[in-house]
Design a binder for this molecule. Structure first.
Ligand SMILES: Cc1cc2nc3c(=O)[nH]c(=O)nc-3n(C[C@H](O)[C@H](O)[C@H](O)COP(=O)(O)O)c2cc1C
Length: 192
């Protein structure tokens, strides 16, 4: 089994989403023998924004980095993503990654009856951290967006672990982290 671990927080050791994605990956390693883990830290190793030159096939180096990111996604059975809320949505580094994995003919296609996702059979687990409390609110452009995006790509099993209210007080922060640790998904048990 292959697991792709994506982090995008710029807060390093202070990051809540990094702590939680790390805990999820550790859990998977402990219970899945032979698990292969690929880590892509988008804060340390960001992908460039898509450019016209890439789309036109004129920038080979950039295109090969995009292809490598797409291959990492396609090869993975499980994808664990750290998604901190930045300005009510996902970090631009995570959006730049999505721009590389949403590729017509590879992860989706258009048919006469509408779009069809081609990346089924994967499990996506997202840790969504936020300074305020946004889950289920109109101010949350993280979870609805990512749910829609992965459904568009054909991924049926998408789970969210929320850590909201991180910036409200040290007590809120500690309680949200503890709650999230208690809600980590079980390896090898598919989401309903
Ligand atoms: C650039 C930046 C933008 C942020 N924008 C928001 C925001 O719009 N809403 C919010 O509730 N928190 C916002 N925050 C707070 C983060 O969501 C919060 O610190 C969260 O814990 C970040 O996840 P992390 O700990 O994994 O880095 C922002 C933080 C940063 C650094």
């Amino acid at each position: 089994m292959k697991l792709l671990h994506i982090d995008s927080s710029i807060l390093g050791d202070q990051s809540v989403s990094r702590e939680l994605t790390g805990a999820i990956v550790a859990r998977w390693r402990a219970s899945v023998p032979g698990l292969e883990v690929v880590t892509h830290d988008l804060a340390r190793d960001p992908l460039p924004h898509l450019s016209g030159a890439t789309l036109a096939g004129q920038d080979e180096i950039e295109a090969s980095r995009g292809e490598a990111a797409l291959r990492e996604f396609l090869d993975a059975d499980v994808i664990v993503i750290g998604a901190p809320m930045y300005n009510f949505s996902i970090p631009s580094s995570l959006k730049a990654w999505i721009d590389r994995i949403a590729v017509r003919g590879r992860t989706f296609r258009y048919t006469e009856t509408g779009p069809e996702g081609l990346a089924g059979g994967k499990r996506v687990i997202v840790v969504a951290s936020a300074g305020g409390v946004h889950a289920g609110q109109p101010t949350d452009f993280v979870e609805p967006y990512l749910r829609h995006m992965f459904a568009f790509l054909g991924v049926e099993a998408v789970e969210f672990i929320r850590a909201d209210g991180i910036g409200l007080s040290p007590e809120h922060r500690a309680a949200a982290i503890e709650r999230a640790h208690g809600a980590l998904p079980e390896p090898l048990r598919r989401a309903a």
